[in-house]
Design a protein around this ligand. Structure first.
Ligand SMILES: NCc1[nH]cc(CCC(=O)O)c1CC(=O)O
Length: 311
C-alpha cells in the first residue's frame, strides 16, 4: 500500500462546494505536506435544473456526476455534503466513505435584508425556500408567512433575495460560513425551532473502494464523533426510506461523556402533525440507534406521512 503523490479531488463547482474542497486540501496539506492535490469541478443535475428537484431524478441530483467522475477514474476523491447524499439506497457500487470531517454548525439561519428576526416578520412575508422540511416546521408556528420556491446555490439565492424575488431566506449557517457570508445572518434558529436535515454540516470524503492507499491516507482527516453522528443519522434515514423531499428532520449528538443520542421528527407539510422520537444509544452502536429511532417513528405512523409527499 503506497501513499499517493497526487490526489485529484472532484466536487460540484458552486462557491460553497469549492470552499469545501479548500478545507479538505488544507487539512490534507497539514497531515501530508508532500501530497499534491488538483481540483476537478463538475456541474451536477441539481446545479443545472432550476425547477422542482422532485421532478428530476431528485435523489442524488447533487452527487450523481461527482460519483461518475470518481468511478470513471477522472478523479480520486469526492467531497460531498452528507445532507445531499441519498441515504435510502447504498452508496454507488464500488465507492466508500473514507472519512467524515468534523461537523460544522447544524442550524439554519434566517436572512432578512432589513434585519428582522423570525417572530418579527410581518403578515405575508415571502420566505424563499423550496424545502418541505423548512416549510413544514414554520407553517404551524408562523401561519402568517408565505413561501416562494427558490433554487440555485446559496450565492444565487442571496442575489435573488437582493433582486426582490423573496423577502427573506432560510439557509444553513454552515453553508453561509463556507461562502464567507455569515454577515447576512439576522437570526440563527435553535434546533428546537428548526430541526436540521439529516447530515447537516458534515462533509464526507468518498473514494473508490479498491483504492486502499488513498483510503488509508485520507482516513486521518476523519473525526470520530462526527462519524458516529453521521452513521446513526444515515441509518435512521435509510430505515425510514426518506427521500430528498421528505418532511424529515433530526440530528445525533455525541456528548462529551461519550453518550450518543438521536432525536428526529417527521412532519405533515402543514406542520400540524409532528411525530417525535429521542433516544440515547446506551449499549447500542450508532446504526442500531438510528434503526431504533426510525422504528419508533414508524410505530407512530411515519410511513403514511412520508409517502404522501410527491417524489
Ligand atoms: N442542498 C444544498 C445544501 N447542501 C448542504 C447545504 C448546507 C451545508 C451542509 O449542511 O453541509 C446546502 C445549502 C443550504 O441548505 O442552505
Amino acid at each position: 500500500m503506497s501513499t499517493p503523490e497526487l490526489i485529484r479531488i472532484v466536487s460540484r463547482d458552486s462557491p460553497m462546494a469549492l470552499a469545501q474542497v479548500e478545507r479538505v486540501r488544507s487539512e490534507l496539506a497539514a497531515l501530508h505536506p508532500h501530497i499534491r492535490t488538483e481540483v476537478v469541478p463538475v456541474k451536477t443535475t441539481g446545479d443545472k435544473w432550476m425547477g422542482d428537484l422532485a421532478q428530476v431524478e431528485g435523489k442524488g441530483a447533487f452527487t450523481k456526476e461527482v460519483d461518475a467522475a470518481l468511478l470513471a477514474g477522472d478523479a480520486d476523491l469526492a467531497v460531498h455534503c452528507v445532507k445531499d447524499v441519498p441515504a435510502d439506497r447504498p452508496l454507488p457500487a464500488g465507492t466508500v466513505f473514507a472519512a467524515f470531517l468534523e461537523r460544522d454548525d447544524i442550524r439554519d439561519a434566517l436572512v432578512h435584508p432589513a434585519g428582522l428576526t423570525l417572530d418579527d416578520l410581518p403578515q405575508g412575508t415571502r420566505i424563499g425556500t423550496s424545502s418541505v422540511r423548512r416549510i413544514a416546521q414554520l407553517a404551524a408556528s408562523h401561519p402568517h408567512l408565505d413561501y416562494v420556491p427558490i433554487r440555485g446555490n446559496a450565492n444565487r439565492r442571496l442575489d435573488k433575495l437582493a433582486a426582490g424575488d423573496a423577502d427573506a431566506l432560510l439557509l444553513a449557517v454552515s453553508g453561509l460560513q463556507r461562502i464567507n457570508r455569515p454577515d447576512v445572518i439576522t437570526e440563527i434558529l435553535p434546533a428546537e425551532v428548526m430541526m436540521p436535515p439529516i447530515g447537516a454540516g458534515i462533509l464526507a470524503l468518498q473514494c473508490r473502494e479498491n483504492d486502499t492507499g488513498l483510503i488509508d491516507t485520507v482516513s486521518g482527516l476523519g473525526h470520530p464523533d462526527t462519524y458516529r453522528e453521521a452513521t446513526a443519522e444515515r441509518m435512521f434515514l435509510h430505515v425510514l426510506q426518506g427521500h430528498c423531499n421528505s418532511p424529515i428532520a433530526g440530528y445525533a449528538k455525541a456528548e462529551r461523556n461519550g453518550e450518543l443520542s438521536l432525536r428526529a421528527c417527521v412532519f405533515t407539510p402543514d406542520g400540524k402533525t409532528v411525530l417525535n422520537a429521542h433516544e440515547w444509544a446506551g449499549p447500542l452502536d450508532p446504526p442500531t440507534l438510528g434503526t431504533s429511532v426510525a422504528v419508533a417513528l414508524l410505530r407512530q405512523g411515519a410511513r403514511t406521512l412520508i409517502d404522501s409527499i410527491a417524489h
